[in-house]
Design a protein around this ligand. Sequence first.
Ligand SMILES: NC(=O)c1ccc[n+]([C@@H]2O[C@H](COP(=O)([O-])OP(=O)(O)OC[C@H]3O[C@@H](n4cnc5c(N)ncnc54)[C@H](OP(=O)(O)O)[C@@H]3O)[C@@H](O)[C@H]2O)c1
Length: 257
Amino acid sequence: MVGIVGFGKMGEAIARGLLKRGIEVGTFDVSVDRRDLAVKLGVKVFESNVELVQESYVIFLAVKPQYFNKVCEELEGKVTHCLVVSIMAGVKSQRICRCLGLDRVVRVMPNTPALVGEGALGVSFCGDFTAEEKEKVLELLEVAGVVVEVDESLMDAVTALSGSGPAYVFLFLEALEDAGVNLGLSRDVARLLALQTLKGSVRLFEEKGGLFREYLNMVTSPGGTTIRALKVLEESGFKGLVMDAVEAAERRAKELG
Ligand SMILES: NC(=O)c1ccc[n+]([C@@H]2O[C@H](COP(=O)([O-])OP(=O)(O)OC[C@H]3O[C@@H](n4cnc5c(N)ncnc54)[C@H](OP(=O)(O)O)[C@@H]3O)[C@@H](O)[C@H]2O)c1
């Protein structure tokens, strides 16, 4: 059984994906509401984290980082038989291993699209894992989306790019929506056009491949409308601003770590 410590938004997302693949899932959450929801979804609910880990071969640590110490008080020395996978943002493998009495741990940084199985996940295998163990963990994580393996030293970069990334994407979509409204389109129509433009562009890129720049050029005819817009964005330092923003997020992830 795969055990999930903390059945919040992310715990639920992982559970839903695993259940869809017919994998048995168990959990414990301090909140009665979350435990009730887990039961409804077909997740086995335990009376405590200790009972949960006794029956699990893989354990997902899915509580907020500030509750990690409490979890350690309960589980120190009791998860050595499990593959432990932490999705806690910013909590380093060294600390997880020290607090739980482990010599290895898998760290994962998911993002909110994992809630619909379309997440972008960074994973670090911290310590020694066999090829089979890695494959098993990757297989479990793929229920939540696309998984990329990175060194733990790059986990803050993953946090800044894809962990926080949905916020950048939605801000851009909102800006496009407002831009349409500014030009007289109704909000509903502007939202639909903005969203479909994003979806269509992603689909086009996924089917044809190549570089993002080629697709920029595809819509930029000489003396046309798009180049006028791109000129404004370039003059305002749009790209540099995005890079600075992601760098600021990375700095903050390091501070929190
Ligand atoms: N949401 C994201 O976009 C995102 C992205 C990347 C990584 N993460 C990471 O994913 C983890 C979970 O995030 P989330 O958004 O799913 O948080 P969440 O919704 O707050 O879920 C955590 C759950 O754990 C419960 N809990 C607290 N202490 C517990 C304990 N000792 N034993 C069992 N359950 C306990 C909480 O109950 P109470 O609410 O009653 O305290 C809550 O239901 C975090 O570490 C976060 O850093 C989240």
